[in-house]
Design a protein around this ligand. Structure first.
Ligand code: NDP
Length: 338
């Protein structure tokens, strides 16, 4: 069973060398009488939140640090090989919390879900039909509370979550602009995902001026994925009673000291509601979200772009690439096809 483990705790930007491929000559099996489920992993998800778990925290974080030399936990798509749990049987396709390895003995079967829509590519369960889909749907509809005609701005807009938020905003009848870190990604936003406008933030000298050009009447909803200088520029361009939905702050994840926010006074003067959330709170409503997203996919109202790396040995490269913007769309790793 080959797996990817963290070799040492990380400070600053992670590197591929912080992780290692480990081969264990063990044959996993469900222990007699246990409710565990043995799965063969097909697709592994690479997600920015995993960076937090690569650091040793003195004060416990909202999610535990990775354990050195043990397979890295992640979301993924798998096939059941053997089950001690009445809800699963050999051959079932599932997604949920597994590990970066070829086979996982899932000891908490409450963290895996049966795949109800195998008519879509199974890899979609690392994206639109999995955790990023829950994040985009819940973050946009439940936290941002959009109304038709509102002005929406999304950062890291071509990524796993951003591409979905932009399309949900269009479905709602909003005007939506996205930012991304390359011309290729900007082109995707405009041509594939139907954003009304988009810009490459790395090429803009003055993001405040760019936002003023894109939103002459200001922004009602900012779906925040990056933080830092972008958040400061957005605050200057928010409308009265605007909402800032804090989904992620990827520009800060590799900094020892997070940057300050300079324009917080705008929150007061413009009566902005700034609210963070995590997808965790919404896993209880997962099946409703899965059905909604599957419906949008069937109707052609949502499309997705994935970046698929091949082979478990490429997990470190794919994971590190998120922090350099190397992924175009949802980053995942194909470990096996069936
Ligand atoms: P993406 O698919 O968007 O991949 C990450 C992208 O972030 C990169 O491709 C890059 O895009 C961008 N990025 C990297 N470094 C920087 C930087 N310094 N400044 C600006 N942009 C940067 O990832 P996800 O869609 O999975 O995640 C997006 C955000 O949502 C993250 O902040 C993540 O932590 C958060 N998240 C939160 C969840 C929650 O429960 N609250 C759940 C899932 C995700 P580009 O080339 O455009 O710069």
């Amino acid at each position: 069973n080959r797996s990817v483990a963290l070799k040492r705790y990380v400070t600053g930007f992670p590197s591929e060398d912080d992780m290692e491929l480990v081969t264990a000559a063990v044959t996993l099996a469900v222990p007699p009488g246990s409710a565990a489920v043995l799965v063969k992993n097909l697709y592994l998800s690479c997600d920015p939140y995993m960076r937090r778990r690569m650091t040793k925290h003195l004060v416990p974080s909202y999610i535990p640090d990775f354990v050195l030399s043990e397979a890295i936990p992640t979301f993924g798509v798998s096939k059941v090989v053997e089950s001690g749990h009445p809800d699963f049987k050999a051959g079932d396709l599932v997604w949920g919390m597994i590990k970066c390895e070829e086979y996982t003995l899932v000891t908490k079967p409450q963290l895996i879900y049966k795949i109800n829509h195998p008519e879509f590519p199974l890899s979609y369960y690392t994206g639109v039909l999995g955790m990023p889909g829950i994040t985009a749907y819940a973050g946009f509809f439940d936290v941002s509370k959009p109304k038709k005609g509102e002005y929406v701005f999304v950062s890291a807009a071509s990524g796993a979550v951003g591409q979905l938020v932009g399309q949900l905003a269009k479905i709602t009848g909003c005007y939506v602009v996205g930012s991304a870190g390359s011309d290729e990604k900007v082109n995707l936003l405009k041509t594939k995902f139907g954003f009304d406008d988009a810009f490459n933030y790395k090429k803009e000298q003055d993001v405040n001026a760019t936002l003023k050009r894109c939103f002459p009447e200001g922004i009602d909803i900012y779906f925040e994925n990056v933080g830092g200088a972008m958040l400061d520029a957005v605050l200057l361009n928010m409308r009265m009673h605007g909402r800032v939905t804090v989904c992620g702050l990827i520009s800060q994840y590799n900094l020892e000291q997070h940057e300050g926010v300079h324009n917080l006074f705008c929150v007061l003067t413009k009566r902005i509601r700034m609210e963070g959330f995590t997808s965790r709170e919404y896993f209880g409503t997962y099946h409703k979200i899965e059905e909604e997203m599957a419906g949008y996919l069937k109707e052609g109202k949502i499309t997705c772009v994935e970046d698929v790396a091949e082979g478990i040995e490429n997990v470190p490269k794919a994971l590190v690439g998120l922090f350099y913007g190397r992924n175009v769309g949802k980053q995942l790793v194909a470990v096996a096809r069936e």
